[in-house]
Design a protein around this ligand. Structure first.
Ligand SMILES: NC(=O)c1ccc[n+]([C@@H]2O[C@H](COP(=O)([O-])OP(=O)(O)OC[C@H]3O[C@@H](n4cnc5c(N)ncnc54)[C@H](O)[C@@H]3O)[C@@H](O)[C@H]2O)c1
Length: 371
């Protein structure tokens, strides 16, 4: 069991990572009276008789639970309102605690609910997907989508504790599994060259048909620490936290084309293509052996983790032209008079923030993901 002491803004809380953290969750909740603990749980765990989840099911039987489906349908006002009504009906006291068990959707929704119910009640996060363990459970962002905008309504709110049990990752489908791992690849490329190399060399251990427990624990511990390094002193995204947006500005143009529904492109998959575009951008702005190494490395590692390197890599879906992607980027609401803001990687493990207003550079970056 590894305990990482998170400090995000003024908040401090433990993040427990292991292959049996459910037991620690049980002990933690035993510290509350039974009626003060409620759970919001991904429906996946309701009818799942996988023996992996025996302890979880015993835990859930003890508390009042609201089951909601994972995925987009639970990331909106309807699910928010349903959860709020449920909490008021069962009269969760203000000093109670909401335990969120699920992926990024259940985590973001429950955290937003916890931050607004009675002006804030206790929150415990139990992330169950790679995206939620590697990314969303750390950093305090909560939110729901509104009017076709991702996380248009949200708050910053810290949990009391996070319990990461990597055994959850064993039942996740291959596509979601790799889309989440992309966030770890991204952080390694901007901030830790040794980890980037390790991820490349360990791809067999983390392969979908292997998912070696010790390697998963290792990856989640590293991801938690590096994400905390970026968000700890910058909870509101004014400085170093921006590094986490590597691949996002280009990736967002792709996501804008496909809309909120992530069947065509998961967020992590769009970030993968965004990383290729960003590597290509620095290669055309500042060509050097380091920038061409980055482009080669990015393609190689993404392929090893089943992630797309060309926009046509996702079967059965239409894809946008370079022109459409450039227009989406130019119309991005975050664009300033200096151009769009990009995180760029001069050499693997380092990053800079740079504005680019040169349409030709942006177009040739998008060209690099065209078949
Ligand atoms: N708050 C943040 O900082 C932050 C960061 C990144 C992403 N996000 C948000 O995270 C969400 C995406 O998260 P996600 O990819 O985890 O999606 P998700 O929560 O929808 O989970 C993906 C799928 O996996 C299923 N699932 C969950 N746990 C499982 C398990 N252990 N085994 C098998 N299936 C399981 C879910 O039911 C769902 O179908 C988006 O809404 C995104 O906006 C938030």
């Amino acid at each position: 069991m590894t305990v990482i002491n998170a400090k995000v803004g003024s908040g401090k809380y433990p993040v427990l990572v292991s292959d049996n953290s459910i037991n620690e969750l049980i002990d933690f909740c035993d510290g509350y009276s039974q009626e003060n603990v409620v759970c919001i749980v991904d429906e996946f765990f309701k009818e799942n008789d996988n023996s992996l989840y025996n302890e979880l099911n015993i835990f859930l039987a003890k508390y009042k639970c609201l089951y909601l489906p994972g995925g987009l349908q639970s990331k909106g006002l309807e699910a928010y309102s349903l959860a709020m009504k449920w909490l008021l009906d069962i009269k969760l006291p203000r000093d109670g605690v909401i335990v969120a068990i699920g992926g990024g959707v259940i985590g973001d929704l429950s955290a937003f609910v916890a931050s607004t119910y009675m002006r804030g009640t206790g929150l415990v996060l139990v992330p169950t997907t790679t995206t939620s363990m590697i990314d969303s459970a750390i950093g305090g962002k909560t939110g729901i989508n509104f009017q076709d905008q991702v996380n248009a309504i949200g708050t910053y709110y810290n949990p009391k504790a996070v319990f990461m049990d990597v055994r959850f990752l064993l039942t996740l489908n291959t596509r979601d599994y790799f889309a989440g791992i992309c966030e770890a690849i991204k952080m390694s490329v901007t901030s830790d060259a040794a980890q980037a190399k390790k991820l490349l060399n360990n791809s067999t251990l983390l392969a979908s048909n292997n998912r070696e427990i010790a390697s998963l624990v290792d990856l989640v511990i590293w991801s938690t620490k590096i994400k905390l390094f970026h968000v700890g002193d910058d909870p509101n995204e004014k400085g170093i936290r921006l590094t986490l947006n590597y691949g996002h500005t280009f990736g967002q143009s792709i996501e804008t084309f496909y809309g909120l529904y992530q069947d065509h492109y998961r967020h992590g998959e769009a970030v993968a293509l965004g990383m290729i575009c960003a590597a290509s951008a620095i290669n055309s702005i500042n060509q050097s052996s380091l920038s061409s190494d980055l482009l080669d490395f990015t393609k190689k590692i993404l392929k090893q983790y089943n992630l797309p390197v060309l926009i046509s890599d996702q079967p059965d879906c239409l894809f946008p032209s370079v022109e459409v992607l450039v227009n989406n980027l130019i119309n991005d609401k975050k664009r300033t008079s200096q151009g769009n803001r990009f995180v760029l990687v001069p050499s693997i493990g380092t990053s800079i923030i740079q504005y680019i207003d040169n349409k030709k550079v942006i177009a040739s970056s998008f060209q690099s993901i065209m078949p």
